[in-house]
Design a protein around this ligand. Sequence first.
Ligand SMILES: C[S@@+](CC[C@H](N)C(=O)[O-])C[C@H]1O[C@@H](n2cnc3c(N)ncnc32)[C@H](O)[C@@H]1O
Length: 385
Amino acid sequence: MTELQKRHSECTEECHSHEPMTHDDVKDYYGKRVKKTSDLKTNACIAPAKPIPAFIRNALAEVHPEVTSRYYGCGLVAPECLEGCRLLDLGCGSGRDCYMLSRLVGEKGHITGIDMTEEQLEVARKHIDYHTQKFGFSKPNVEFVQGYIEALTEAGLEANSYDVIISNCVVNLSPDKTSVLREAFRVLKDGGELYFSDVYSSSRLPEEIRSHKVLWGECFGGALWWEDLMRLAEEVGFSTPRLVTANTITVGNKELESLLSGYKFVSATYRLFKIPKNPEKKDCLVIYNGNITGFEKSLEFDCHYTFKEKEVVKVDGEVASILKNSRFEEEFTFQPDVETPLPGSCCVSPKVVLVNPFELAEKFESANVSPATGGCCGTQASCCK
Ligand SMILES: C[S@@+](CC[C@H](N)C(=O)[O-])C[C@H]1O[C@@H](n2cnc3c(N)ncnc32)[C@H](O)[C@@H]1O
């Protein structure tokens, strides 16, 4: 018997299962066992690593307290440039992020929340009118659908119909992550984005951890090894995931911690785009026009690139392709000729492209810098050294 198995056998009978986790186990967890944020047994549900801009804080403050009391997310899923967009929230739960985003997309935008757990959706649906009135909209721009994130088609969601998909601490709970990414890719429009926060592990997790009901329910047992996300994204056809931010998660529960020893976990936010596969990805100079609401002075695109208004920045071919083929196209001026940069142009692109969320989280910690300050890549200049 391995040490882990010994410790596992000391756990209470109800944690034990030698069967793979099912949708029903997770429904039971979020529908029956956990009723509010403080019922969670670990720290997986941590404060977002990124600073929250004031206009997003204001939108969050307007969400109904009953909705907020059942928030179980692990990051801030509020990408930029959302006005008028059609959004989908995978595993929306009681709808906190849907309502925050309802405010941000505005009356002309729309957001669909999908979740499989009736009890969560009940709370979400109960407050549609409250938020419609609060935001001063003439009709709701939010709907909640019951269904599985691995089967968006069956839930009635159309192909090529969403500009942005977000998800907050949900994909780790799915027993079939390939289907989740495939379905997300299918329902996104061309140029669309999957922007999601989730829990990742430092290596692949063994069956003893994966089959522990509480660890799975608390978002650890089903956590993807971050390198597997890179492989899955490529397999499905997404652009290489761009790392936005990462934050170390401590378990905060002695018994569960001992089961997980030897493994580390982070909460990380990645952005993946549905853009044409372009073998010829060339570096490019770009200038941000400063027109995105809430990000007029600067736009922190990921942990490498922060675009300041009117500043010339050299981006790698992948980012150039993302910006040109997505909703960001109108927000930038592109100058493909990198050989004759304009006066004041930025230094070269970062030499090492950091995609490992553990490295990013460690950098923030060792510099004793909260990611809230922008961390190691808070400015383009600091990234480009
Ligand atoms: C950790 S909670 C997060 C909820 C919400 N995103 C939030 O931030 O409060 C996970 C949610 O995902 C839902 N969920 C998990 N797996 C799912 C699946 N395969 N299909 C649909 N919903 C799922 C659960 O019902 C639960 O409401």
